[in-house]
Design a binder for this molecule. Structure first.
Ligand code: AMP
Ligand code: ZN
Length: 466
């Protein structure tokens, strides 16, 4: 079966093919850097990482742009309250964000672009919209006139019957003609940071940055645009209105939205105060790969209820995967390959790939792995599992981990390296052979102190990090 995604635009699952058959031109909305991101945000960014990895596994090349929103109301308010420039205020949060995504093993998009570095292009886009008659001015600010774009609502499938054209609704402190109209350019207020523009000094509204940066780097029609579900309306709807008014072409072929991470039934969010950052969880002793694993236990298009029990279960699952890998790597198996087991592993690989192709059904993909582990563990117990099967099982784990990336333990800085561990283990083998049990015990204690557990088996010593 072909690779397919649920497209919010069509409300259908569609086969995926990029326009040129090879390169996926993808835009994802990045963070607003006014604070640390929380694990709700990170669930969405992890979905984008899994999406990237699976597209590549399927032979596509990525050209992925993510923006950093480094100018908006909260940023301006906080920076001014602390007497800082917006650049000085946002920089540490941008750095923290990049650190967090690296810690979570998220691949970096090909381009990460800042809103403040594209204001000039945003001004030009607003001028063009103005020339085409899509805007009006009110109190010095420039608004997008939704009534001029009849397709408005086609992404979020919103029913706008309740919002009347001409109703004067006071949002954003300015007067708008229609409740749906949104600001493209905000007039300068007091001594807030501002940029020069033919519309008058001011700053961009939030939506215009994504239209401008997406089309600048990726062209007029993207293959994929993705983000959290809360962005579908109004943000992405407004991006479509702006971009399509400018080009007359579809803005993006596929629209993918990740469902929320929730806590006790409510969306995790800064404003509700019900959030954890990745840093909070690491302080509590959870490793980044446990958080990563928790995210993929539920497919991206379903809500994920965050609990500490869920995190603990994720840690246990990773433990099982790693123990299995160790057993396959270090076990002494007979020569050859058992054909029935080879077939079993090939079937698991097929199930894994079919599940990922099916709109990234990560829960099913994990299930395929665990069923294989159960079956092949019993084949190892009974001696049917042979050396050739070990190779196949490891190839399966490689494919699995090229997407999920949870098998390798995160190594804390200054921690003992794998090579150092192996060297000590070899020394211990010699110590034992020469009956130097004192040294052999010392090595075990030293490794334990460095967080490495040794397990002596018939097949030799195995080790794992605590
Ligand atoms: P923001 O920095 O608020 O613009 O959000 C960055 C990304 O995180 C956006 O794609 C949001 O849709 C997403 N997001 C925000 N809260 C959650 C949540 N609780 N669960 C999943 N994604 C979220
Ligand atoms: Zn955006």
């Amino acid at each position: 079966m072909a690779l397919r995604f649920y497209n919010t635009l069509s409300l259908k699952v569609e086969d995926f093919v990029p326009a040129d058959g090879k390169t996926v031109r993808m835009y994802t909305c990045g963070p607003t850097v006014y604070n640390y991101v929380h694990i709700g945000n990170l669930r969405t960014f992890t979905f984008q990482d899994i999406l990237r990895r699976w597209l590549r596994a399927r032979g596509f090349v990525l050209d992925h742009v993510m923006n950093i929103t480094d100018v908006e109301d909260k940023i301006i308010r906080n920076a001014m309250a602390q007497n800082m420039t917006i650049g000085d205020y946002t920089k540490p949060y941008e750095v923290a964000f990049l650190e967090d995504i690296a810690t979570l093993r998220l691949e970096k998009p090909e381009r990460i672009v800042r809103a403040t570095e594209h204001v000039h292009e945003m001004v030009e886009a607003v001028e063009q919209l103005n020339a085409k008659g899509f805007t009006y001015e009110s109190d010095g600010s420039t608004y997008y006139r939704i009534a001029k774009f009849p397709e408005y609502g086609k992404l979020s499938h919103h029913d706008f019957s309740g919002s009347r054209a001409g109703a004067r609704v006071d949002v954003d402190e300015y007067e708008k003609d229609d409740a749906r109209d949104f600001v493209l350019w905000k007039a300068r207020k007091d001594n807030e940071p501002c940029w020069p523009a033919s519309m008058g000094e001011g700053r961009p509204g939030w939506h215009i940055e994504c239209s401008v940066m997406a089309m600048k780097y990726l062209g007029e029609t993207l293959d994929i645009h993705a983000g959290g579900i809360d962005l579908a309306f109004p943000h992405h709807e407004n991006e479509i209105a702006q971009s399509e008014a400018l080009t007359g072409k579809p803005f993006s072929k596929y629209w993918l939205h990740a469902e929320h991470l929730i806590v006790e039934g409510q969306k995790m969010s800064k404003s509700l105060g019900n959030f954890f950052t990745l840093r909070d969880l690491m302080e509590k002793g959870y490793s980044p790969e446990v958080v990563r694993y928790l995210f993929v236990t539920v497919p991206y298009n379903k809500k994920l209820n965050f609990t500490f029990d869920g995190l603990k279960a994720a840690a246990t699952s990773i433990e099982r995967l790693r123990n299995y890998k160790l057993r396959v790597e270090t076990g002494k198996f007979g020569e050859g390959a058992n054909a029935a087991i080879s077939e079993r592993i090939a079937k698991a690989l097929q199930q894994f790939e079919d599940s990922m192709d099916d709109d990234l059904n990560t829960a099913e993909a994990l299930a395929a792995a665990f069923e294989l582990i159960r079956d092949t563990n019993s084949a190892m117990d009974s001696g049917e599992f042979l050396a050739g099967n070990a190779k196949e099982a490891l190839a399966f784990l490689d494919r699995f981990d090229s997407v999920f990336d949870v098998l390798k333990p995160s190594v804390a800085e200054g921690a003992i390296t794998d090579a150092e561990i192996e060297a000590l283990i070899s020394e211990r083998v010699v110590a034992k052979k020469t009956k130097n049990f004192k040294r052999s015990d010392e090595i075990r204690a030293e490794l334990l102190e460095k967080g490495v557990i040794l397990e002596d088996t018939k097949e030799g010593a195995r080790w794992k990090r605590k």
